[in-house]
Write a protein that binds this ligand. Sequence first.
Ligand SMILES: *Cc1c(COP(=O)(O)O)cnc(C)c1O
Length: 227
Amino acid sequence: MSTIATNLKYVRDRIARAAERSGRSAADITLVAITKTVATDACREAYAAGQRIFGENYAQELAEKAMELADLDIRWHFTGHLQSNKAKLVAPLVACVETIDSFKLADALDQRAKKPLDVLIEVHIGGEESKSGVAENALPELVRDMAKLGNLRLKGLMVLPPFELDAASARPYFQKLRALMEHINEKELYPEPLTELSMGMSHDFEVAIEEGATIVRVGTAIFGERT
Ligand SMILES: *Cc1c(COP(=O)(O)O)cnc(C)c1O
């Protein structure tokens, strides 16, 4: 087996064990392989090992990779900060944009999406360290406004805790994200209940799964350290 295939198997095993520990099914957890800065040959290896969902952080890099890998049946997630003026480039290429952080961006994607597009709202939780995402207190209004957009389907929330935190310190961020989603559903702020929590990366995905993650975004543990 190639290193990437071995790594993928190990990550999948760890996902399964974390799910089992929390009384959940591994089938309910989606692994997004984060391929930013990763060469397309490595993406092909992951694909050959059964991975189908990939995530990119930069619009231009996504466009290039999507073109080079167009022969593969990949579902792309966009996981980086997205400027509204890149909506036109990104909307036709992706199955999901995980990083809605303003109505302006949601509206731009809605106009550019030719068919229903799944999206998540990235929430900025807590301290100043993490700069991306919508503030907690602006979340209810954004959710309500997004109900007016015909092409976007809001599925859930995403969080990126400050990078320097270890897994244990990230846990409260994951708990908070889950509580925010439950609040949105209790108040019925969106026509459909939200179901997805995208949280957890290479160093903390097991903790995130214990706290209810349905999507984990893993790069380094699959592809090795980025250069
Ligand atoms: C880079 C990145 C990841 C993956 O991080 P790793 O530590 O390499 O697993 C996940 N989510 C987002 C938003 C990222 O930018």
